[in-house]
Design a protein around this ligand. Structure first.
Ligand code: URA
Length: 214
C-alpha cells in the first residue's frame, strides 16, 4: 500500500515520532480520571503512525493492560485477521488506539467523564498521525468520538465525513466491535461478520483511492 506523507507533510517523520512519544509520556503520567490509578499500565497505540488508516476501539482489556498495546487480545486478533483478509496489515498499514487509554475495571464501558478526560490525548494522536480514514470499532468508539449514542447496527457501514476539530475532512467508518463478532461466529450472508467484512472491503477501496499515485 502506498504510504501517505507523515502528518500531511507538516512534520518530518522524526518530529512526528518525537511528538507522539511526548503524548505517550504525558498519558503515562495522566491522572485526569480514576482509571489512571487502577490500570496496570497505560495503553497508547501500536502500528504505523505514517499509515493512512487509524483504528479506534473502546479501551484496553486485560491482555492490553498487561502488554501495554491495544487490540492484542482475542478481539484484536480477530480484527487483525479480518483486516488481513482485505489486504490491511494492522501494524504496517494502520495506527491502532482507543477512546480511553487505561483499562476500565472488569472491562466495563468507560463513562462519559472518562471518555471526555481522555479525549485530548486522542485528539493529539489524530492531529499528529493525520489519517485520512478512521475506522471506529464499536458503539463506544462512535459515542466517544462523535457523541452519537447507540444504533451501531444502523451506523455501521455508512461513511461519515468528520466535521470540526481534529476530525475535519476525515472519512470515518463505524463497524461492529470485534468482541461482538466473537460472540456471533456465523459467516453467512447478512451475518454480523459478513457485514463487517464488506465494511472493511469498503475501507480498503477508499484507502486505495486516496493513496493511489497521481
Ligand atoms: N477492545 C477494544 O476496544 N480495544 C482494545 O484495545 C481491546 C479490546
Amino acid at each position: 500500500m502506498t504510504m501517505f506523507p507523515p502528518a500531511a507533510s507538516r512534520l518530518s517523520v522524526s518530529e512526528q515520532e518525537q511528538q507522539l512519544a511526548q503524548v505517550a509520556e504525558a498519558c503515562d503520567g495522566c491522572r485526569r480520571c480514576g482509571l489512571g490509578s487502577s490500570r496496570t499500565q497505560v495503553v497508547v497505540s501500536r502500528g504505523n503512525p505514517q499509515a493512512p488508516l487509524m483504528v479506534i476501539g473502546e479501551g484496553p482489556g486485560a491482555q492490553e493492560d498487561e502488554q501495554g498495546k491495544p487490540f492484542v487480545g482475542r478481539s484484536g486478533q480477530l480484527l487483525d485477521r479480518m483486516l488481513e483478509s482485505v489486504g490491511i496489515d494492522s501494524n504496517r498499514d494502520a495506527y491502532v488506539c482507543n477512546i480511553v487509554k487505561c483499562r476500565p475495571p472488569e472491562n466495563r464501558k468507560p463513562t462519559a467523564l472518562e471518555m471526555a478526560a481522555c479525549r485530548p490525548w486522542l485528539d493529539q494522536q489524530i492531529a499528529l498521525v493525520d489519517p485520512p480514514v478512521i475506522l471506529l470499532a464499536g458503539a463506544t468508539a462512535v459515542e466517544g468520538l462523535l457523541g452519537i449514542k447507540g444504533g451501531i447496527t444502523k451506523l455501521r457501514g455508512q461513511w461519515r465525513r468528520g466535521e470540526g476539530g481534529s476530525l475535519e475532512g476525515r472519512w470515518l467508518m463505524p463497524i461492529l466491535h470485534p468482541s461482538y463478532l466473537l460472540r456471533n461466529a456465523s459467516k453467512e450472508r447478512g451475518s454480523p461478520k459478513w457485514l463487517t467484512w464488506h465494511d472493511l472491503q469498503d475501507v480498503q477501496r477508499r484507502l486505495a483511492q486516496l493513496t493511489a499515485p497521481l
